[in-house]
Design a binder for this molecule. Structure first.
Ligand SMILES: CC(C)(COP(=O)(O)OP(=O)(O)OC[C@H]1O[C@@H](n2cnc3c(N)ncnc32)[C@H](O)[C@@H]1OP(=O)(O)O)[C@@H](O)C(=O)NCCC(=O)NCCS
Length: 197
């Protein structure tokens, strides 16, 4: 991965009001995982959830319910266990994705979680830019494979497959989005570095 991705990368129509930056969050990044960032992430996560995004909630979603999910992410970033990228536009956080490398027997793999783009900015290629950054970071960290778990029934497997993720299995009925509406969690992996065996 190019070094710039660890700092700030412009995506979309640069030098305009709509310019979007891909910024690494936390140690080694250009964005601190401070309280202001936590509030911005809460706003993003709530907006994505209210729009029906598959990030752990089903609308209607109370903003306060998203707080504990954000707290886990911020804790991971501050402790150094996880790394993340944020998309920013005009000082707003409009996208986010995190990677948590494994430990001990799983130190060679990583789990990508909390992938989201603000509903007002979806469908413009930003999700792909975000995933390129996080997968690039995984390679830079020396990881061999990364995983993602996606809610079934919303087409996400196509989004990830287009980036080289391969479905390896499903946890059946793992996500209850409503009475009588259980969805599989689709497990997908991508090889990001040479496997050392
Ligand atoms: C999934 C998500 C991150 C994609 O970001 P995005 O910026 O909208 O995606 P892009 O514009 O980069 O899309 C790239 C391609 O993926 C496709 N795609 C995006 N979201 C998709 C979805 N949910 N299902 C199927 N295809 C999808 C786009 O149509 C596009 O295809 P094209 O190039 O053939 O037109 C975003 O839609 C989102 O935040 N969704 C809600 C939260 C969510 O479900 N997160 C996933 C958690 S596992």
């Amino acid at each position: 991965m190019s070094e710039e991705l660890s700092e700030v990368t412009e995506v979309g129509p640069a030098a305009t009001e709509e310019a979007v930056q891909v910024r690494r969050v936390g140690p080694g990044g250009s964005m601190a995982s401070d309280n202001a960032f936590a509030v911005a992430l809460l706003t993003l996560w709530h907006r994505v959830s209210e729009a029906g995004g598959a990030v752990g909630f089903v609308p209607p979603v109370d903003r306060s319910d998203v707080g504990p999910a954000v707290a886990v992410v911020i804790d991971g970033l501050r402790s150094g266990r996880a790394s993340a990228f944020a998309l920013t536009s005009k000082r707003n956080v409009i996208g986010f994705a995190m990677i948590t490398p494994g430990v001990r027997t799983q130190a060679h793999i990583g789990a990508i979680t909390s992938v989201m783009v603000d509903p007002a900015h979806q469908g413009k290629g930003l999700g792909v830019s975000l995933m390129e950054a996080i997968v690039g970071l995984a390679a830079e960290l020396g990881l061999e494979q990364v995983s993602i778990g996606a809610r079934g029934g919303v087409g996400l497997e196509k989004f990830y497959a287009a980036m080289g993720f391969v479905e390896v299995g499903r946890l059946p009925g793992w996500i209850r989005v409503g009475p009588g509406d259980d969805r599989d969690e689709i497990l997908m992996v991508k090889q990001v570095g040479a496997r050392v065996r």
